[in-house]
Each structure stands twice: as C-alpha cells, then as structure tokens.
Design a protein around this ligand. Structure first.
Ligand SMILES: N[C@@H](CCC(=O)N[C@@H](CS)C(=O)NCC(=O)O)C(=O)O
Length: 222
C-alpha cells in the first residue's frame, strides 16, 4: 500500500491535487495529514520522510520509491494505473489538458498568493487587483475552450473527470471562498467539480480538522 503525506485539508492546495490523484487510482492508500506551520512543523519537515521534497507536501511513498510534487504524483500514478484514468484519450484533448495542468502548476502566481485556499470559509466578494483579474480571465478562457472543444456531454473540462480538473479544483474552491463572479458556464462546471465525490470528501473532512492558520482566515473584503 502506498502512503501519501499531505498538509491541512482546509488550506493545502497542492496536497488536495495529490490526494485527488491518489483517489483516482482506485487503490487503498495510507494518508498522513501533517498540520502545516504548527509548532512542530519545522522539526517534522527536517525528518527523513520529508527530505526528498525539501519539506513540502504532498509526498507519495511507495516502499523505497518516493515521488513529490503534485504533477509528478499524477504522472507516476498515470504510468502505474493507466493514462486513461488521468488524461483524455484523444491527442489534441490530451495536449490541451496537459498544457492546462502545467500552466496551473507554474502560473497564476497572483491568484495563488492573494487568494489562499480555505475550503471551510466563504467570504463576501473582494475587489480583484488587475493582475489577478487577468489571471482569472485566463483561467475562465481556458475552461471555456476546453469545455467547448472537448467537454462533449460530460460535466468536466474534457468530459470525464481528469487530471486537469484535479489541478483546477482548488481554483474552484477559491472562487467560492472569495465570491469571484463567473459566467454561467463556469458556475455549472464549478458545481460539477464540487459535487465530484472525491472533492466532496476532501471538503467534508476539512471541516473536522482542529487546526487553524490565522493568515488564511482573513476576510480580504473587509
Ligand atoms: N510544486 C509543489 C508545491 C508544493 C507546496 O508548495 N506545498 C505547500 C503546501 S500547499 C507546502 O508544503 N508548504 C510548506 C512550506 O513551504 O513550508 C507541488 O506541486 O506539489
């Protein structure tokens, strides 16, 4: 059985992506939730289990084999359990899905910095900075293109739930948390993401976590 080390469900976007990828494998796996930034955090991340990732989560251990970084975890699991579980079958759809996942992984710095994930909260709508507005427009444009070209009759970006949806799931929760206005097609897509059983399970379990990180609890509209 492999083991996934993750941070707080309430706040850790990259953990959520890695965990969604593990759920998609259909395999039983052990999960270790490590509260980020508590008094033990620095000491814990100096331990052997955290060493390969320089102390960041998620980290997947399978015996001696270790894979860190959410996107690497997706690819590792796709190799092992079948690419079709993670990526669209058709080349141009898969090319776009991979590009969107990579753009999420390396981009949208303003959104990531200014709107930290908090799946337990929903704040009044905030005023968006111009750089963040541009990033949100780009995300909505990508979602619209994927849905129009490849969504077909399915609910997700490329029809079936895939790794691109996993990568954007924490964006969906951020849009909800900070009251970001979206066009109706995006609202429908976001509802589908929130209703996906794995996403719903993640959000559900986050409600019972005892830990609070003050900096992620700030109402930015206030
Ligand atoms: N690029 C990495 C990012 C991992 C990452 O930054 N994880 C955050 C939690 S969401 C973390 O461990 N932060 C703790 C820290 O930087 O001390 C991935 O995709 O997994």
């Amino acid at each position: 059985m492999f083991k996934l080390i993750i941070g707080n469900r309430a706040y850790s976007t990259w953990s959520m992506r890695g965990w969604l990828a593990c759920k998609q494998s259909g395999e039983e796996f052990e999960e270790l939730v490590v509260p980020m930034f508590d008094s033990e955090w620095e000491k814990r991340r100096e331990g052997d289990e955290f060493a390969p990732s320089l102390g960041k989560v998620p980290i997947l251990w399978d015996g001696d084999c270790v894979v860190w970084d959410s996107l690497a975890i997706i690819e590792f699991l796709a190799d092992r359990y079948g690419r079709e579980l993670y990526w669209p079958e058709e080349d141009s759809a898969r090319g776009m899905a991979r590009s969107m996942a990579a753009e999420m992984h390396s981009g949208f710095a303003n959104l990531r910095r200014e709107l930290p994930m908090n799946v337990r909260k929903s704040f009044p709508p905030i005023d968006l900075s111009d750089p963040m507005r541009d990033e949100i427009d780009r995300i909505l444009q990508l979602w619209a293109q994927a849905r129009a070209r490849f969504g077909g009759t399915g609910d997700f970006l490329f029809g079936e739930w895939c790794a691109a949806d996993m990568m954007y799931a924490p964006v969906v929760t951020r849009f909800i948390t900070y009251g970001v206005a979206v066009p109706s097609f995006a609202g429908v897509y976001m509802k589908a993401v929130l209703s996906h059983p794995d996403v719903a399970e993640w959000i559900d379990k986050a409600q019972d976590e005892p830990w609070v990180i003050d900096q992620y609890e700030v109402d930015k509209a206030a």
